[in-house]
Design a protein around this ligand. Structure first.
Ligand code: SF4
Ligand code: SF4
Length: 385
């Protein structure tokens, strides 16, 4: 697990073919290595053993309800942006066994699930997703109750971040101050250049890996180029807010005006726009499944046919379902409009009251993977107007 920021961490420079050496080093240290791979037309996290398994030569075009991979011979290993997967699946999987109960000689024995102990190194993590991990850390580790399964997985992670040099039209990390540079919380951060990778360490574990690998330090020009290309992307994202552009699909760069957003949303709970969204929303819960910070779950007990062995399973749940707000008097949030309002006001307003930070990192996944293209940046703008 990444330690708090320290000054003067190590830097290194890797030639393109030395990405394999990075993966090998991590595997030698006992990590399962996962990274972005092309699977079924999307870029998702899967096991990676060699650098040529990374999505070299692919970019993604994204828009409301739309995701396409496009071949681009100039694209490097990390010129795609975020896909439907996030770090959530590694710290809070979609289904987890939390307890087993076994009937023996007429009495039940309860056995809590063993703590996961597989070290996992995730390669290709973006700034918005590092922030999402900070959000879920706040929920699972820093409140009055610590989740032991989350804690065990989180402690065993090594994070190799990437500073983005390209953004999707759905990205609004620049509005949320979470990207496009990896702001912190990583062990190593890569900046992909035309002739290799500038590597920056962000932890003692990252320092140690660089020191033992013996990679050379980058020269000043490459360090400067790495910083400049992310800064340039951020400036471009600000500059093209709302401007139609063509990157294979006509679209516009999203942004979110967060000024006074807490009071704005909570002060307009009767705005007509909520009903308008309710007419379009399918309550399919896709947005909550792909969101890297949505953390609701439900627990059910699953028995074998003989009724002698029972497992207690925790699985992802969504505030878009009717049963999520079911109480003894019935479902509290009966309309889809009220469920969307609950989700959005929690993300952007009451999350601040509950956890002292925003629940949204600007990753844009909920826009891309919404089948009807509902776009929270557009909805907030409409409510603001
Ligand atoms: S609410 Fe949407 S944009 Fe914000 S973190 Fe979740 S998926 Fe990303
Ligand atoms: S906002 Fe979109 S993704 Fe979310 S529940 Fe409604 S239809 Fe599904």
């Amino acid at each position: 697990m990444t330690e708090p920021e320290q000054a003067n961490h190590a830097h290194a420079f890797l030639l393109p073919d030395q990405l394999d050496a990075l993966i090998e080093r991590l595997r030698e240290q006992g990590y399962r290595t996962v990274g972005p791979r092309v699977v079924d037309g999307a870029i998702v996290y899967r096991d990676v053993e060699r650098a040529d398994e990374l999505p070299h030569g692919y970019i993604d075009t994204q828009d409301g309800g739309r995701y396409r991979l496009v071949r681009d011979e100039d694209a490097g290993a990390f010129d795609h942006v975020v896909g439907p997967d996030s770090l959530k699946r590694f710290v809070f999987p979609s289904c987890d066994t939390v307890l087993r109960a076994d009937l023996q000689d007429g009495s039940w024995t309860m056995t809590p699930a063993g703590l996961p102990d597989e070290p996992v190194a995730v390669i290709g993590v973006r700034g918005c997703d590092l922030q999402a991990l900070a959000v879920t850390d706040r929920v699972f580790l820093e409140g009055p109750y610590v989740d032991p399964l989350y804690e065990a997985r989180r402690r065993n992670m090594f994070l190799v971040a990437v500073n983005c040099r390209r953004a999707a039209a759905t990205c609004f990390c620049h509005s949320m101050n979470t990207g496009p540079a990896a702001g912190g919380g990583f062990d190593l951060a890569l900046s992909e250049l035309a002739d290799g990778f500038v590597v920056e360490s962000g932890s003692a574990a990252g320092d140690e890996l660089i020191a033992t690998a013996g990679w050379p330090a980058p020269d000043t020009a490459r360090l400067e180029q790495a910083r400049a290309q992310t800064a340039q992307l951020e400036a471009e994202m600000h500059a093209r807010d709302g401007v139609v552009r063509d990157d294979g699909a006509m679209s516009r760069q999203r942004s979110l005006d967060t000024e006074g957003i807490h009071d704005l949303l909570l002060g307009r709970l009767s705005h007509a726009r909520w009903e308008d969204i309710g007419d379009r929303c399918l309550a399919c819960s896709n947005c909550t499944m792909v969101c890297p910070t949505c953390f609701c779950s439900s627990v059910e007990e699953v028995s074998d046919l003989a009724g002698e062995h029972v497992t207690r399973e925790r699985s992802w749940a969504s505030c878009f379902t009717a049963e999520h707000s079911y109480m003894n008097s019935g479902t509290v949030r009966k309309s889809i409009a009220s469920r969307y309002r609950q989700w959005l006001t929690h993300k952007l307003a009451s999350w601040h009251d509950q956890f002292g930070m925003s629940g949204c990192t600007g990753c844009g996944r909920c826009i891309t993977w919404c089948p009807v293209g509902i776009d929270l940046t557009e909805e907030v703008a409409a409510i603001r107007d």
